[in-house]
Design a protein around this ligand. Structure first.
Ligand code: SF4
Length: 341
């Protein structure tokens, strides 16, 4: 397999065949730099060397009635995490200021829930209005399964993007969650899109899925055409059903990121939870296929702090793309015009 042929196909708008996807996932360690180089060609064509930083706040933690097996906040998890109701308005604002100080493009507000209820939507909408008055930053919310009407209230308050991950393939979904379906998640994403929200949706790898499941969810994400794709690697916390599942190698994670780039050439691809534990010393290489990264931790676990991430980006010779309301920050529009193919 000539991986640069895949890069050219991707840049030209073509979709990799399943055999080509398999070739990426099965590339031998001694060819991993070739795969990364080809994925970087696509990333550079559409996104240049810019990197988007994102910071999360877990605005309501634990006690979720759902049973997502990967999640430390589910009703079946006994993981040793903080559990608390919705945080104060001041805490939400402080988090936005911290995200801005960390040069984040987007502040991601997450709550543990099957789906936010009316009063939670109203509370978050009010918080977002205040944040937008006081802090110049983009906002994404992750609030579970919601209707079009609730999505519209968030959008009208100033939320730009809704996150709801597919998490895995449709086939494997019942193995990781029994309290809602893959289709419930797709429906929420489609509702959000109808009201004008952009979509952030991705997956968690390392949950016991097969190679075909990886390809299926990668192709499903391509079909959904979200603006942003978080690529997570399972942090298998003690007390969750997936505890002890820890088989990913750093190169496996890099191959998955490259596949996501070939299939989603102009999207924001974010190397997300688990990068520290699974990619380890190879983390800088992840920014050749990916153009976005979380800083300063995840919902219930710590991560690399933002100063170290800044240093990694500077050492690569890449640049942080900071938020300004006047700019679109979308890869295809911001860089494709200025970067030669
Ligand atoms: S719905 Fe969200 S918070 Fe609840 S268990 Fe699933 S992933 Fe965790």
């Amino acid at each position: 397999m000539n991986f640069h042929t895949l890069a050219d196909k991707s840049i030209a708008g073509g979709t990799l065949t399943r055999d080509e996807c398999r070739a990426v996932l099965r590339s031998p360690n001694e060819r991993i730099l070739e795969v990364l180089d080809a994925a970087y060609k696509v990333r550079y064509h559409f996104c240049g060397n810019r990197v988007h930083l994102h910071m999360l706040i877990n605005a309501k933690s634990g006690l979720c009635p759902e049973d997502c097996h990967y999640c430390s906040q589910s009703k079946i998890s006994t993981a040793d995490i903080e559990r608390y109701p919705m945080v104060s308005m001041d805490r939400l604002l402080e988090g936005a200021r911290q995200a801005k100080a960390a040069r984040s493009l987007r502040y991601c507000i997450a709550i543990s829930t099957r789906g936010a209820v009316d009063r939670e939507i109203d509370y978050l909408a009010n918080a977002v209005r205040r944040i937008k008055e006081e802090v110049d930053i983009a906002i994404c919310c992750t609030v579970g399964i919601i209707s079009e009407e609730k999505a519209r209230r968030l959008y009208e308050a100033g939320v730009e993007q809704l996150n709801h991950n597919l998490n895995t393939s449709e086939r494997y979904y019942p193995e990781i969650c029994t309290t809602h379906t893959y289709q419930d998640r797709v429906n929420t994403l489609l509702s959000a899109r109808r009201v004008g929200l952009t979509l952030c949706t991705g997956a968690i790898f390392g949950q016991g899925e097969t190679e075909d499941d990886i390809i299926d969810v990668a192709l499903a994400l391509r079909d959904l055409d979200p603006q942003s794709i978080p690529v997570n690697f399972l942090i298998a916390m003690e007390g969750t059903p997936l505890a002890g599942m820890n088989y990913l190698k750093p190169q496996d994670c890099l191959r998955i990121l490259c596949l996501m780039r070939f299939l989603n050439p102009g999207q924001e691809i974010r190397v997300s939870a688990g990068r520290e534990a699974h990619i380890r010393s190879l983390q800088p290489l992840a920014l050749y296929p990916a153009n976005s990264v979380f800083v300063s931790g995840y919902l219930t676990s710590d991560g690399q702090d933002y100063q170290e991430t800044w240093q990694m980006i500077a050492d690569l010779g890449f640049e942080i793309d900071e938020y300004t309301a006047a700019e679109t920050h979308e890869c295809e529009r911001s860089d494709a015009e200025t970067v030669a193919g």
